[in-house]
Design a protein around this ligand. Structure first.
Ligand SMILES: *[C@@H]1O[C@H](CO)[C@@H](O)[C@H](O)[C@H]1NC(C)=O
Ligand SMILES: *[C@@H]1O[C@H](CO)[C@@H](O)[C@H](O)[C@H]1NC(C)=O
Ligand SMILES: *[C@@H]1O[C@H](CO)[C@@H](O)[C@H](O)[C@H]1NC(C)=O
Ligand SMILES: *[C@@H]1O[C@H](CO)[C@@H](O)[C@H](O)[C@H]1NC(C)=O
Ligand SMILES: *[C@@H]1O[C@H](CO)[C@@H](O)[C@H](O)[C@H]1NC(C)=O
Ligand SMILES: *[C@@H]1O[C@H](CO)[C@@H](O)[C@H](O)[C@H]1NC(C)=O
Length: 457
């Protein structure tokens, strides 16, 4: 009410009294009323000045804050980030304070920032990472003069003549024989661990070659000495130096000291041998090792659209990620391998104690892995409570193969405690729970499925 309004009101009170045939209030009464109005006005004046002051304060605040941000930002998110080639990006939220994580495919190593955070300035911390092919040749694995060729996830040794094996550690058998005229004794040399050769007097005659496993020898005479030699892969095994017979390299080098000739199966051939691999593997260029075929990448799988293809050593698995069905809680899939709980109704204890998230991970390993070893790590991106606990769910069945340990304040690791013979599929659930003053803030479950190959490669 303004001052004029008050005066007008007072005057109209007087006028009303006249109209109703009453006398105007006495001078005394009028003075009393005026005093009261004065008081009222003072009170109004105070509050009016007070609110003006508040208003000015607010305007000042607004002014300074707009001065700080001259142009009102149109974007409230950081720019979109791309996944690196041969890698993955995890995390979709581009708001300040949120993080995006990067992972490289097997065989690649990350160079740059593993984690980038969206800053208040709407830029990202760190540098865009790249996935570099790990140079498997760096430790110089090829011995005996072999040259190394780096391929994705593996290296291949191109061996010097006379050597074989994954790292050229195995001598390739080359047999030769020298016979002198004067003595019946022969010098037989076998480059390798096993030695076996015949001895005989010299004779040069065309042998009967009915079988590919038998070949004529090549003899030359120089200064009264006859030298008989066989083609690579053959040897003179009897008294008859004119005949060379095939060497069974598979037999000879079966579990030799310097390693097996073939990582899987060895097939003897006339003058040589050949390694074969089980289905799901291709022979490597050195002809002795087996390399897993990635059926998922090569589209050789028959998984349906709603399934994920997981490449395993020697095959593939089709998996379907389904969110948990828990009474009083509902889940939504937030990524192909993650489900998050929908907000709970107030006071629904069963819902608020259900896991906040369920993540799924699939690992492929070879048979007979040495143990103990770390299989998987679970880490809290950020902590709200004062305590994190890591535990293994699934009772004694899970404990036969696994244990969960803490590796640092925010990280737990799933350890394989005993080596496993494949083929097998193992499952483990790791729970991370967050507490604040012993009150549960949240439970996060990671379900790890491990596909163990039937083979050690
Ligand atoms: C807002 O984002 C768009 C694309 O996301 C970009 O082209 C534009 O430059 C951004 N504007 C500002 C003011 O950052
Ligand atoms: C070697 O043997 C051949 C045939 O048996 C014979 O003709 C030759 O004289 C011998 N040479 C020597 C040096 O004994
Ligand atoms: C593996 O071998 C199969 C045939 O056995 C062939 O079709 C495929 O291209 C090979 N893959 C690689 C990567 O060499
Ligand atoms: C998919 O292929 C595998 C062999 O690779 C076969 O055992 C399986 O029955 C196939 N499944 C379907 C649904 O065709
Ligand atoms: C589960 O939900 C129902 C209905 O929403 C509610 O009545 C019940 O109390 C809940 N159970 C628990 C254990 O909170
Ligand atoms: C498993 O590997 C160990 C060496 O790491 C070996 O001694 C053992 O024979 C292997 N077991 C099988 C069944 O291959």
């Amino acid at each position: 009410m303004t001052r004029t309004q008050v005066v007008m009101l007072l005057m109209s009170v007087c006028q009303l009294s006249i109209m109703h045939g009453q006398e105007c209030p006495s001078r005394q009464e009028l003075q009393n009323s005026l005093r009261q109005v004065h008081k009222l006005l003072s009170a109004h004046e105070t509050s009016y000045v007070q609110s003006l002051r508040t208003l000015r304060k607010k305007i000042n605040l607004l002014q300074t804050s707009t001065a700080r941000q001259p142009a009102k930002p149109t974007n409230v998110t950081c720019p979109k980030l791309e996944a690196p080639a041969n890698g993955k990006k995890m995390g979709k939220v581009l708001l300040p304070g949120h993080e995006v994580h990067f992972l490289c495919d097997p065989g690649y190593e990350l160079v740059g920032s593993e984690t980038r955070q969206c800053k208040e300035s709407l830029t990202w911390t760190g540098q865009q990472p790249v996935c570099k092919d790990i140079n498997e040749c760096a430790p110089s694995p090829c011995v005996n003069g072999g040259t190394c060729e780096n391929e994705v996830n593996v290296f291949v040794c191109i061996c010097a003549k006379g050597w074989g094996g994954a790292t050229c550690q195995t001598p390739v058998p080359t047999f030769f024989i020298t016979i002198t005229n004067t003595s019946a004794a022969t010098a037989a040399g076998v480059a390798g661990s096993a030695g076996s050769a015949g001895s005989a007097g010299a004779s040069v005659s065309p042998p009967a070659t009915s079988s590919p496993l038998v070949r004529p020898s090549h003899c030359t005479q120089t200064q009264g000495t006859t030298h008989c030699t066989c083609e690579a892969g053959y040897t003179i095994s009897g008294r008859d130096t004119s005949v060379c017979t095939d060497i069974d390299e598979c037999e000879l080098f079966h579990m030799g000291q310097s390693g097996r000739l073939c990582v899987h199966t060895c097939v003897n051939t006339p003058g040589g041998y050949r390694c074969t691999c089980p289905a799901g593997y291709n022979l490597t260029r050195d002809g002795r090792n087996c390399k897993d075929v990635d059926e998922c990448a090569n589209r050789q799988h028959n998984c349906t659209k709603d399934q994920l293809c997981i490449n395993t050593y020697g095959g593939f698995q089709c998996v379907k990620v389904e969110c948990p069905r828990i009474r009083n809680a509902t889940y939504v899939k937030t990524s192909p391998l993650r489900c998050e709980r929908n907000p709970c109704p107030v006071d629904n204890r069963a819902c608020s104690q259900a896991p906040n998230s369920m993540s799924y991970h699939y690992l492929s390993v070879v048979s007979n892995l040495s143990a103990p070893r770390v299989m998987f790590r679970v880490s809290a991106m950020r902590m709200m409570g004062d305590t994190l606990r890591f535990s293994l769910l699934g009772g004694s069945r899970a404990r036969r193969h696994f244990t969960v340990q803490r590796s640092d304040r925010q990280t737990g690791q799933l350890m394989l405690v005993s080596s496993v013979q494949g083929p097998a599929t193992l499952e483990a659930e790791v729970e991370m729970s967050e507490l604040e003053k012993r009150v549960l803030l949240g439970r996060y479950i990671t379900k790890v499925t491990i596909f163990v190959s039937p083979y050690e490669f």
